[in-house]
Write a protein that binds this ligand. Structure first.
Ligand code: CA
Ligand code: CA
Length: 178
């Protein structure tokens, strides 16, 4: 892959995290992502699922900061993202899955319209995941293709483990056709 293509892919991934578009990744971006998901699915922030999503978002941010915020200013710049998040996580994709899992688990619970009182559902409908990707900034085409491809066994639902693996791969494996 040439360097322009690599830069473009990095820029896409950085933009996916920089939810408020201010040029750096910080705690606010994770809170914005949580708020967007809750609004899309009509879930109250003070509900159990809402609180779980914010808790997961905070854990995701803390994990990201621990890996990538080299100067400790509570902001991950694009340079820190490239040097820390992408390079270090590429060498340790399990680490990314670990920091992202609580957020994804909570997001799946929010996106699943079923009643799962007291339990975390392990999967969400494909259409709901597509809505979640769109509200987090993915284009309609990308969201549709990504959601379909996540349904590995074609049962119409996306399992937590597949969502975790796909997100981990998206952020840690940067290839020409990734
Ligand atoms: Ca930001
Ligand atoms: Ca920093």
């Amino acid at each position: 892959m040439d360097s322009a293509e690599y830069e473009r892919k990095i820029a896409h991934r950085f933009a996916a995290f920089d939810q408020d578009g201010n040029g750096y990744i910080d705690r606010a971006d994770f809170n914005v992502a949580a708020a967007r998901l809750l609004a899309e699915f009509g879930t109250a922030a003070r509900s159990d699922r809402g609180q779980a999503l914010y808790t997961g978002a905070e854990a995701f941010w803390q994990g990201m900061a621990g890996i990538a915020d080299v100067d400790g200013d509570q902001r991950v710049t694009r340079g820190e993202f490239v040097g820390g998040a992408v390079k270090r996580l590429r060498d340790n994709p399990e680490r990314f899955a670990e920091i992202a899992r609580p957020f994804l688990r909570a997001a799946i619970a929010v996106a699943d319209p079923g009643d799962h009182e007291g339990t975390a559902p392990a999967s969400a409908p494909v259409a709901a995941v597509e809505r979640a990707l769109r509200v987090l900034g993915a284009g309609a085409d990308v969201a549709s293709v990504a959601a379909q491809s996540l349904d590995a066994d074609h049962d119409g639902r996306i399992a937590e483990k597949d969502a975790v693996a796909a997100l981990s791969a998206y952020f840690t494996v940067i290839e020409p056709d990734a």
